[in-house]
Design a binder for this molecule. Sequence first.
Ligand SMILES: [Zn+2]
Length: 379
Amino acid sequence: MGVAKLLFGLRTCQPHLMEDAISRLDDGLRKAIEDIVVGGGPFFGDLQWRLASLPMRLGGLGLFSARDVGAYAFVASRAQSWELQDHILRNGGVVGLDPDYQQALERLNVSLPDLDIGGFSNKDTAPSKPQKTLANALFSKIAQSLGEAFDLSPRQKAVFECLKGPHAQEFLTVIPIEGLGQCMSAVEYRTILKYRLMIPMYPEDETCPICRKACMDKYGEHAVHCKELPGAGISAKKEAPVNFLTDPTEGRSTLRPADLLVFGWGEHACVDLTGVSPLVGLKENGFLAGLAARKAESKKVDKHAKACAENQHVFIPFAFDTFGSLAPEAINFLTRVQRVIHSNCSTPRGQGFVFGRLGFAIQKGLAAQLVARLPSVLM
Ligand SMILES: [Zn+2]
């Protein structure tokens, strides 16, 4: 179920006639998402629904609500098909603006008072991609005012910024493939969604069941960076020993493996994976999404790039945070991998699947961390 069921109606009927249908569809959709995420449990409120129904690039789950789409669908559809209407109605004596469209424009002006919709009242000035223009304007406005609308705490604001990070939400588009290990259990997927939708999962002040040292916090911040791994945390599977990646401060081992050794990258390339939790030491002000991953990236470069270069290897830091946002070098690396894939096989509409698959792997690792510490009632 989704807004697609109602799209034709939203695009072709006057908005006020769709009110009832919009309410019903949204009630059902919200209930369905709530069932998937919390399975009858508490804490799925207006904020979670708002987040779920935002586009993915703005940190949402991309499950659009009929109310949002209904705000612009009719006007967009009319503006888009203006030429066609003129052609069909050329002998019917219908010219220019009709009251239906005028009314819909006025309604739109209420939802988007800051947007200049003057261009929409004339065929020659209407934007060439009206739906995109209006959807962008509406959702950007909603995302911008989310902080005030829901009186978000500093942590909530920070999480929202993280969710909007580059490629952070792309794992949502991935279709599970069991043979590649790219699948999650229902509990794992649900836990990831709860983490992202800021739903409390843990009893506060209970000892972490894995390390037995630290206290749990309700949103799972400790679970994310607890040093004890439950066997399947975020870690690289492929470890290739190279004899020059020694940490000079450790000094003992001369064989430190590169997380991943890539051949045919000009020179061979050592890829070093680093996952960080962006919310560690969150301050009241001055939180910058993506900063933790970028810092981790430059730290790794300082540490290893020289040794790699001296041994005719390229060093590639691959830093990401727990929300799946990637540091610039990681994006460059995957973009190149993606280009190679595209040039070797035809992937119609396969756009960006490399990022999605990688995002899924990160989230799967995170899910293992979180689920291992869940109280049994939530399993
Ligand atoms: Zn722990």
